[in-house]
Ligand binder design. Structure first.
Ligand code: ADP
Ligand code: MG
Length: 557
């Protein structure tokens, strides 16, 4: 799903929203097209971009959730952070896709990512508890906290803070952003809601969305001019996944240790970020206060763009990443190039009048694809210690095995050492291996030499025949084959003689030791004379030669 477990790129999805009624009435043309079966989008005729996912005009909310987000929620249960953010110009469908609007009378089918994720989260919690109980195990414990922040004019606003003075937006809030020793980002002074059910969570979100800063611009009446960051913290205490007692089945210690109830605590945070419009200021026709908003919104997105460039450009890897240039990038620091599985959903309009903005969005999103995040499990100290202890147990088990098998010994003075036999055995084994290699090499040499001898001897015989005027290819072939056979037989003979010699030695040793072997030996050595056999073969060869000569003579006649 995310490639290597320790490194994962920022995934980028592009979603093209359908044309709005207004656009159709005003006669806008569609300037985007998607290559069927490929995550590739064409803008106009010649500008093609490839992403991890591309969702065309007719795509459904559910499809986007299943393909992009579902796995991330599941990852949270294993201790992985996740971030999804929606990018794009105002009116491109960010709020619709994320579901940050929390429209009261929205139909189920049109629910955005957040509602689906919350539903999924609580359903999984129930399922996990249920499965544990069914298996007779202690159920895992879950704590779900939520935060809802808004970034407006470089100011962090707390949407869950009901005591907040909505009119006092310009006043400095006392929310601080900090970094822990491991590089994780956390906030201080933010209202954290602990929620137990899906409906409770949705209620919180609706209230938060109500107090969100929205203002109308020329482009989108309901458009939000701020970044909204909704964060779910999941803390889970569960029984450690069982490790099998695989090392030694007869070893009781391991199976007992895995039966003990060990708990680990995993934490994960999931950011849902609905970014403000990415359009350049002049197109919105904003003036005064609104223009100021525009500038600072773009400041956050500008910083985000710079961070993305710094992370995405491989040649600039080692250089400074400007997270601190804006609150947005500071808050998202560990989601960009940090410990998080991140997906960016770039929302675009299909209409030709948004061509330039759509092009900018696609270019921006393309850069994000190069970012590599370092993903790891958030595990608490106790769980880490348990893991360390487990490997220690395994190590000790191995050592115990070594004592049992006699590899290690302890002498009377309590000094432990490796058994001499073990060393000796190891040495003998190496020697054995070396010898085996040598024998093989020698065998090959012997074979080569025998072939050479055969060749030489048969050449010699041929020369004699040629001198006698009886040279003939057939005859020389035959001679060659005979000589080969002679050589083979000679080798075999030498071998069996050696074996024989050995047997004889053993026998004499045995008879000298044991009285039962004193009688006449059944193995009386019959010495096969090598010369005798050679002569026989040469005789045979001569006869064959005679026959051939006679045949030839007949043919001549
Ligand atoms: P943004 O948050 O990017 O400014 P919105 O999400 O508010 O944009 O979308 C603008 C308008 O387009 C809204 O009226 C919304 O209902 C509509 N819209 C956006 N995306 C879709 C879609 N995929 N299907 C149907 N309507 C959409
Ligand atoms: Mg919006």
């Amino acid at each position: 799903m995310w490639g290597a477990p320790d490194e994962s790129s920022v995934r980028v999805a592009v979603r093209i929203r359908p044309q709005l009624a207004k656009e159709r009435i005003e006669g806008c043309h569609i300037c985007t097209s998607v290559t069927p079966g490929e995550p590739q989008v064409f803008l106009g005729k010649d500008k093609a971009f490839t992403f991890d996912y591309v969702f065309d005009i007719d795509s459904q909310q559910e499809q986007i959730y299943i393909q992009c987000i579902e796995k991330l929620i599941e990852g949270c249960f294993e201790g992985y952070n996740a971030t999804v953010f929606a990018y794009g110009q105002t009116g491109a469908g960010k709020t619709y896709t994320m579901g940050t609007g929390f429209d009261v009378n929205i139909i189920e089918e049109e629910q955005g990512i957040i509602s689906r994720a919350v539903k999924h989260l609580f359903k999984s919690i129930e399922e996990k508890k249920h499965t544990s109980i069914k298996n007779g195990l202690p159920p895992p414990d879950f704590k779900v906290n939520a935060q809802f922040l808004e970034l407006y004019n470089e100011e962090v606003l707390d949407l869950f803070d009901t005591t907040r003075d909505i009119d006092a937006k310009t006043k400095k809030s006392n929310i601080r952003i900090h970094e822990d020793s491991a590089g994780g980002i956390y906030t201080v002074g933010v209202t954290t809601r602990t929620v137990n059910t899906e409906s409770e969570m949705m209620q919180c979100l609706k209230l938060g969305a109500l107090s969100r800063t929205t203002a109308s611009t020329q482009m989108n009446v309901q458009s939000s001019r701020s970044h909204a960051i909704f964060t779910i913290h999941l803390c889970q205490t569960r029984m450690c996944p069982q490790i099998d007692a695989e090392i030694a089945t007869d070893n009781k210690v391991i199976s007992e240790s895995s039966q003990m109830n060990e708990f680990e605590t995993l934490t994960a945070k999931f950011h849902f970020v609905d970014l403000a419009g990415s359009e350049r200021l002049k197109r919105t026709g904003a003036t005064g206060e609104r223009a100021k908003e525009g500038i600072s919104i773009n400041c956050g997105l500008l910083a985000l763009g710079n961070v993305i460039s710094a992370l995405g450009d491989k040649s600039k890897r080692a250089t400074h990443v400007p997270y601190r240039d804006s609150k947005l990038t500071r808050l998202l620091q560990d989601s960009l190039g940090g410990n998080s599985q991140t997906i960016m959903i770039a929302c675009v309009s299909p209409s030709d009048r948004d061509f330039m903005e759509t092009l900018n969005t696609l270019k921006y999103a393309n850069r994000a694809r190069n970012i590599k995040n370092k993903v790891m499990v958030n595990q608490d100290r106790a769980s880490q210690q348990i893991n360390a202890l487990r490997s220690e147990i395994t190590r000790l088990q191995m050592e115990l095995m070594e004592y049992k098998t006699g590899k290690r010994i302890i002498d009377e003075e309590g000094v432990e050492s490796i058994n001499d036999m073990f060393h000796e055995n190891a040495m003998l084994q190496t020697e054995n291996n070396n010898l085996r290699v040598r024998i093989k090499a020698m065998q090959e040499t012997v074979d080569a030499l025998r072939t050479r001898i055969t060749q030489l001897v048969s050449d010699q015989a041929n020369q004699v025949l040629v001198k006698a005027g009886e040279g003939n290819e057939e005859i020389s072939n035959m001679i060659h084959n005979y000589i080969k056979e002679i050589e083979d037989l000679r080798a075999k003979l030498l071998e069996s003689e050696a074996v024989n010699e050995n047997l004889r030695k053993n026998l004499t040793r045995a008879t000298s030791r044991s009285p039962y072997f004193s009688g006449s030996s059944a193995f009386s050595p019959t010495i096969v004379s090598s010369d005798k056999e050679t002569i026989e073969i040469i005789d045979l060869a001569k006869k064959d030669l005679e026959k051939l000569k006679r045949k030839k003579k007949k043919k001549k006649k």
